[in-house]
Design a protein around this ligand. Structure first.
Ligand SMILES: [Zn+2]
Length: 421
């Protein structure tokens, strides 16, 4: 079995820059995919990279529940685990392979013979199996982690792909720390693994180091310089150490990538992975981008909460798309605007992502429009002559308790208006 020191995090980098439409659908490994298709495959790695959050490990039963929810969400690929890492992870991959039908089920391995054989065995029951294998390609990883040479790393990568290919048709190669890998060498090794049979090439910004333009240019460099790149799918795999994982992933897609590796809630070790919900909604809301996904967006909020509760990892309240405050308005000016027309301050209809409705939060920053809105929601009518006095009482209360809930408001109204309600 494998030690904790092989917990793997993939690194990529790529980048944006070119207007969408520059690449009229050249980048596919799936021969059934229409050449003009701009579909971006969503590769969810919540159960592999995401689960590496310290203290948030999942058992087999929990992983199967989340895998089924991911299938309902419409992801294209589920990375189910790293089978050689432990007997429990092997069993989880096996159980997931047997539990879902539509998505490809992917298992991670190092470029090591026993890892690849173990991954293949765990995927035996998968209807659409994929082995994900690779190794570090940056000089940092080659010289100080692998203690090897560029030539030997290339040979290992090619050998790993050829071995995986004996077991499954669909083989993804990852160039760990591609974000810090010299582009010329990266192109050389990517061309070699494509010739060896890789169907997907993963360009990880493992350390979350790249700027979006830099990452996009890296993808474009591969598109322009690698023989055979038009026969495979280029994948992004970005980490969020500098808060750029989402931006880098979109930059990669704009420059030719057609798979994004991501996790629910952006979970993952350190600062986490690219957030699935963020990249999906960016491509959905920016209609000028020609990209589509198969994601059922109304499942985004429910699966966010499922993953959060199962992992015991709270979602930060201001998290984009799925945070508790993502559709909550508390300042008086914003509340007045949203009550008049939701689109004054919201670019996403909360129903689109499975949230019931926007919320008007009552604090000392709230105005009369918000207070009256919430009072009406309670089904209470107050005479116009009382409204100033009720508002003044409300501000006193809000200064004292910070957040005024429905029960607080009812008590205030009962006290002030008794016995009229
Ligand atoms: Zn990673």
């Amino acid at each position: 079995m494998v030690n904790s020191d092989i917990v793997i995090c993939l690194f990529f980098d790529f980048y944006i820059a070119q207007p969408a439409g520059k690449f009229p659908g050249r980048f596919y490994s799936n021969p059934t995919q229409n050449i003009m298709d701009q579909k971006v495959n969503i590769f969810d790695t919540t159960l592999r990279d995401g689960e590496q959050v310290p203290g948030c490990g999942l058992n087999k039963k929990e992983k199967v529940i989340i895998a089924k929810a991911l299938e309902k969400l419409g992801v294209d690929v589920i990375e189910a685990g790293f089978p050689i890492s432990s007997p429990g992870d092997f069993e989880s991959v096996t159980a997931i392979a047997d539990s879902v039908s539509d998505p490809t089920v992917c298992a991670l391995s190092r470029a090591v013979e026993k890892d690849i054989e173990c991954a293949a065995e765990a995927l035996t029951k998968a209807k659409k199996p994929r082995i994900h294998t690779g190794l570090g390609t940056s000089d940092q990883h080659i010289f100080t982690k692998l203690r090897s040479t560029r030539e030997k790393v290339l040979e290992r990568g090619v050998a790993a792909v050829k071995l995986a290919k004996k077991y499954v048709e669909d083989v993804e190669f990852y160039a760990e720390d591609a974000g810090r890998t010299d582009n010329e060498y990266l192109a050389t090794i990517i061309e070699a693994v494509i010739a060896a049979g890789a169907t997907v090439v993963n360009i990880p910004d493992t350390t979350g180091y790249c700027l979006p333009e830099e990452y996009g240019q890296k993808i474009k460099y591969l598109v322009d310089n690698v023989k055979g790149i038009d026969r495979v799918t280029i994948s992004t795999h970005c980490h969020n150490d500098l808060g750029l994982a989402t931006a880098n992933s979109i930059a990669g897609v704009q420059n030719g990538a057609r798979q994004i590796e991501c996790t629910i809630n952006g979970c993952g070790e350190r600062a986490g992975n690219t957030s699935l919900e963020e990249v999906v909604m960016i491509m959905r809301k920016h209609r000028w981008l020609p990209f589509t996904t198969g994601i059922q967006t109304r499942q985004l909020f429910p699966i966010s909460r499922l993953v959060s509760e199962t992992m015991g990892m709270p979602v930060q309240p201001n998290k984009a798309i799925v945070g508790a405050n993502a559709f909550a308005h508390s300042s008086g000016i914003h509340q007045d605007g949203v009550i008049k027309n939701r689109e004054n301050y919201e670019i996403i209809d909360p129903h689109e992502v499975g949230v019931d409705e926007s919320s008007i939060v009552l604090t000392a920053r709230s105005g009369r429009a918000a207070l009256n809105f919430r009072i009406e929601k309670l089904g209470v009518e107050i005479p116009d002559s009382e409204k100033d006095a009720v508002y003044a009482k409300f501000l006193e209360l809000a200064d004292r308790i910070k957040l005024v809930q429905d029960d607080d408001l009812k008590e205030l109204l009962q006290t002030h208006l008794q016995p009229s309600i």
